[in-house]
Design a binder for this molecule. Structure first.
Ligand code: URP
Ligand code: ZN
Ligand code: ZN
Length: 463
C-alpha cells in the first residue's frame, strides 16, 4: 500500500449494494485504500491517523442525492440556501454528494447556467455534480451537449411543464435524448403534460377553486401518466435512455418498469414525500408547506408507490430539495398558480428512508444503499468513485446507528428554512459519524470539521 493509512473505520458491518460483511475500511488521502476482513491485523498507520470505532453499527457508502435544487430563483421565488448551507444539511443527513441543476433563468444560455452554478458550488462542503438543462433545440444545442459532456456533465434535465419558464417541446426532448444517447449520457425528465395541467387549472379557476386545497386536482395523476407515456415512446423510438424524476404514482412507475421489460432503457426516481405523505395535507392547516409538482397524491397511491419501492421497481430516491420558508410558501396560498413549488428534504431523505424501509418494512439494507447511493451514482456517471465502499472509491462513509430512535424537529435540522414536512415524525436509524473525502465531518449530530467539496466530473452513465 503506497499511500499511508490516515483513517481506519473498524468494528462495523460494511454494507454495499451487493455485499455485506464485518470489515475494516482503510482510508488514505481521501480515498478508500482497502476493505479488509475484520479478523485481519491493522497495517501500519500514518502518525496522527484517526480511528472510528463502528462496533454495533453499520458502515454504508455516503448518500448520493441525484435531485437537489440549491439557491434557485424559480417562478419569482428564491430558495433560502446556498451550497454551503445545503451541503452542511446534506452531511448531517448522511448524504455526501449532491447533484444540482443548472437551469437557465433570465435569458441565460444552458452553458451560462453551468458557469454560474460552478461558481456557486465553490462553497460546497460535499462533493457536487451538475445536471445541465435544455429548454429548446437550436443549431448550437448538439455542440452544447458535447461541451457539457467534455466539462463533466452527462445528464441533462428537461421539463414538459412550466410554460414560459423552462418547458421543452417533444421535438426538443427527442433530439436531446438522441444526442445524449450517442455520448453515453442520460436525459432527466420532469413529466407532467402541460396542456392537461392548464386545462385542469382553467376548469378549477372558472369554478373559483384556486386555493391550495385544489392543488391535487390542478395536476392530477393522468397529467403525469400522459407525459411519461409520451416520453417513453420517444425513448423507445430513439433507443436512448431516459430517467423520470420525482415519479409520484404507482402507475407511472409501472409504465417505466413495463417499458424496461421491453428493452427500453428507462429509470424511475421517486422522493420521500411521494412515498410517505398524502394529499389530505393540502386541506389542513399549513397545507401550502406541502405544495410541489407533481402534487402529493391520495393515500391509496402513496401506499402503492411504497409497495413498488419495497418490491424493487423504483431505481432511485432523490430529495427534490427546495428550501423555501413557510412565509414564502404561504405567499401563494390563495392562488395555486402563484405558489413556490418544492419541499425542503436534503437532510431528511436518507434517515426517513432508512427508518421506513429498513426499520419498519424489513427491506434489506443493500437495497437502501442501491436506492440512495449506488444507483444514483451510476445514473450520474459517478460510479465507482461514489456509491460504493471499495478500494479506489472516494472515502465518503456513513456510520449508521440502526437502532437510534429520534424525532425529526425543524429546530434540530440544518436546512435554511423554518419548517420540515415531517415535523414530529419518529424515526429509527441515524447517521452517527459522517466521513467526507476521508475527513470526519459530523459526529453525533455535531459538525466537527468542514472540508471544501469538489466539483465532480461525470462520465458516461453506467446502467
Ligand atoms: O415542485 C417541485 N418539484 N419543485 C422543484 C422544481 C422541479 O420541478 O423539480
Ligand atoms: Zn421537477
Ligand atoms: Zn426538482
Amino acid at each position: 500500500m503506497a499511500t499511508a493509512v490516515d483513517l481506519v473505520v473498524r468494528g462495523g458491518l460494511v454494507i454495499n449494494e451487493s455485499w455485506r460483511g464485518a470489515a475494516t475500511v482503510l482510508v488514505g488521502d481521501g480515498k478508500i485504500l482497502a476493505v479488509q476482513d475484520a479478523s485481519q491485523p491493522l497495517p501500519v498507520r500514518a502518525a496522527g491517523a484517526s480511528e472510528v470505532d463502528a462496533t454495533g453499527r453499520w458502515v454504508l457508502p455516503g448518500g448520493v442525492d441525484p435531485h437537489c435544487h440549491v439557491g434557485i430563483d424559480f417562478g419569482g421565488y428564491a430558495t433560502q440556501d446556498d451550497y454551503s448551507s445545503c451541503t452542511l444539511a446534506a452531511l448531517h443527513g448522511g448524504t455526501t454528494t449532491i447533484v444540482d441543476f443548472a437551469i437557465p433563468v433570465g435569458g441565460q444560455t444552458p452553458l451560462d447556467a453551468v458557469v454560474e452554478r460552478r461558481d456557486m458550488a465553490t462553497k460546497a462542503l460535499t462533493d457536487t455534480a451538475l445536471h445541465g438543462c435544455i429548454v429548446s433545440w437550436d443549431d448550437e444545442t448538439a455542440d452544447v451537449i458535447r461541451q457539457m459532456a467534455h466539462d463533466g456533465i452527462t445528464t441533462i434535465k428537461m421539463f414538459t411543464t412550466y410554460r414560459d419558464l423552462v418547458m421543452a417541446n417533444a421535438d426538443t426532448i427527442r433530439r436531446v435524448l438522441t444526442a445524449l444517447g450517442e455520448i453515453g449520457g442520460l436525459a432527466y425528465v420532469h413529466a407532467e403534460s402541460n396542456h392537461l395541467v392548464e386545462a385542469c387549472q382553467e376548469r378549477l379557476f372558472d369554478a373559483g377553486h384556486i386555493d391550495v386545497s385544489y392543488h391535487p386536482q390542478a395536476r392530477p395523476p393522468l397529467t403525469e401518466v400522459d407525459a411519461v407515456a409520451t416520453v417513453l415512446k420517444i425513448a423507445e423510438l430513439t433507443g436512448a435512455p431516459v430517467y423520470f424524476v420525482h415519479q409520484s404514482t404507482p402507475e407511472v412507475v409501472d409504465l417505466v418498469h413495463e417499458a424496461r421489460s421491453r428493452g427500453v432503457r428507462a429509470f424511475a426516481e421517486t422522493c420521500p414525500h411521494y412515498a410517505l405523505l398524502d394529499e389530505d395535507l393540502y386541506r389542513g392547516e399549513g397545507g401550502e408547506g406541502f405544495v410541489c409538482c407533481p402534487p402529493i397524491r391520495a393515500r391509496a397511491l402513496v401506499d402503492g408507490l411504497m409497495e413498488r419501492i419495497v418490491a424493487g421497481a423504483v431505481d432511485t430516491i432523490g430529495s427534490d430539495h427546495c428550501c423555501y420558508t413557510m412565509e414564502q410558501k404561504r405567499a401563494g396560498r390563495h392562488d395555486l398558480r402563484a405558489m413556490p413549488y418544492g419541499l425542503p428534504g436534503v437532510e431528511t431523505r436518507a434517515p426517513l428512508l432508512f427508518s421506513e424501509l429498513i426499520s419498519k418494512r424489513g427491506v434489506p439494507p443493500e437495497r437502501f444503499v442501491a436506492l440512495l447511493a449506488a444507483t444514483p451514482a451510476k445514473l450520474n456517471g459517478l460510479y465507482p468513485q461514489k456509491g460504493v465502499i471499495a478500494p479506489g472509491a472516494d472515502a465518503d462513509l456513513v456510520v449508521w446507528d440502526p437502532h437510534a430512535r429520534w424525532r425529526i424537529r425543524t429546530t434540530d435540522l440544518h436546512m435554511e428554512t423554518d419548517y420540515t414536512p415531517y415535523e414530529g415524525w419518529e424515526v429509527t436509524g441515524r447517521p452517527d459519524v459522517v466521513i467526507s473525502g476521508g475527513e470526519i465531518v459530523v459526529e453525533k449530530g455535531m459538525t466537527v470539521a468542514t472540508r471544501q467539496g469538489r466539483l465532480l466530473h461525470a462520465g458516461p452513465i453506467d446502467m
